[in-house]
Design a protein around this ligand. Structure first.
Ligand code: SAH
Length: 371
């Protein structure tokens, strides 16, 4: 399968010229025949990477309580759309719904909508979440109107990025091409005014050789969700690994069986992702009309929501071996040396609401406008 998609990418490059990194990522991840997400179950010990909901049930449960509290703040609307982007194996949603059951009116009000591109993962979501009767859509724009709560864990990092390289006189776009032996290779395109225009003002004076990334799909998503929240009440929670403020440096990476591999060597069989530029994402959502809270570290967010208390409650009822695994799971999520710091949480909220749970009022960031 990997050869097929690698051949298909090489054929396209020979016919049409080098691809942007974003076009390469989109093909490698989503080609309907050989794309990574088209055929594989990527998540968990038997897959290529593991995520927070797979590590501890506390993650989804706390997000469920966060949603219930927001629902109260927006006036307990019934129904309310509960949307998840990229739900993976459906574990976060299933833990969330269990916790939501402690507030029965909230649970009853939920209309669950999932945005998922992978047929393999969708089938798994169908199995795990059947009782909740979710609806699936392909794009955020297709979600039903009305009050909405949204969350996305490790979704933004999967969206295709473009890379730009600082040359002697200006910026050029980094492209994917083929070498004489038909291997995929990175090449620098010509320096152009267009490339210089796309690089954020704050980064334009970087030293020659510097690589910077932008994620047009994440910015478009921030705009779509931000303008919806300006019109209809609700909130959206994005959790991912990434950086704040905007910074130079390539972060595109490929993972196979939990190990880093070359981003070009095995398209279709390795997960491709990039760190999220939270400053650019938050600014695009703010410009579209949402209020922004965070980003804050996952440690601070989960701790403020009561991760310690929830762990203690679960441990009190668990056998010793289970206690150890509960503890090590939560530790992995909050430890700054593991996921607690690199993983960040940003909330997009309809204007005029009090600050959501887990965020102090003073983390309502007004991201400095990019020059
Ligand atoms: N949130 C899950 C899974 C993270 S992996 C968890 O935390 O375990 C990324 C998820 O996003 C997968 O479900 C993948 O199929 C989905 N995905 C990636 N790109 C997508 C796109 N462009 N549109 C919709 N879903 C996408």
């Amino acid at each position: 399968m990997s050869e097929e998609i690698a051949d298909k990418i090489a054929r396209r490059i020979r016919a049409e010229g080098p691809l942007t990194v974003a076009a390469y990522m989109a093909m490698a991840l989503h080609d309907p025949e050989g794309g990574y997400y088209a055929k594989r179950g990527p998540i968990g010990a038997a897959g290529d990477f593991t995520t927070a909901p797979e590590i501890s049930q506390v993650f989804g449960e706390l997000i469920g309580l966060w949603c219930a509290e927001l629902w109260e703040r927006i006036g307990r609307p019934e129904p309310v759309v509960l949307a998840e982007l990229g739900p993976g194996r459906g574990v976060l949603m299933s833990d969330l719904l269990r916790a939501a059951g402690t507030v029965p009116e909230f649970r009853r009000a939920l209309r669950i909508c999932l945005v998922e591109a992978s047929p393999v993962l969708r089938a798994e979501q169908e199995r795990r979440l059947r009782q909740a009767e979710p609806a699936w859509v392909r794009r955020v724009e297709e979600l039903p109107d009305g009050p909405m709560l949204m969350m996305a864990n490790e979704f933004l990092d999967a969206l295709p990025i473009r890379q730009f390289v600082r040359g002697a006189g200006g910026w050029s776009e980094r492209m994917v091409s083929v070498d004489p032996e038909d291997r995929l290779v990175f090449v620098d395109g010509p320096e152009s005014a267009m490339a210089s225009l796309l690089v954020s003002g704050g980064l334009s004076h970087c030293a020659p050789g510097t690589i910077v990334e932008i994620c047009p799909a994440a910015l478009a998503l921030a705009g779509a969700v931000g303008s919806r929240l300006a019109r209809q009440p609700g909130a959206a929670l994005f959790i991912d690994y990434g950086y704040f403020p905007t910074a130079p440096g390539p972060t595109l990476r490929a993972l196979q069986r939990h190990r880093p591999v070359s981003a070009l060597a095995t398209p279709g069989t390795a997960d491709l992702s990039a760190h999220v530029d939270f400053a650019a994402f938050a600014e695009a959502a703010r410009a579209a009309g949402a209020e922004i809270y965070g980003p804050i570290g996952q440690c601070r967010f989960l701790t403020a929501l009561g991760a310690g208390l929830r762990l203690a409650a679960l441990s009190a009822r668990a056998a010793p071996a289970q206690q150890r695994s509960l503890e090590s799971g939560v530790k992995r999520l909050v430890d700054p040396g593991e996921m607690g710091d690199l993983f960040k949480v940003v909330a997009l909220v309809s204007p005029g609401l009090p600050s959501p749970a887990g965020f102090d009022a003073n983390v309502n960031t007004t991201v400095p406008a990019q020059q």
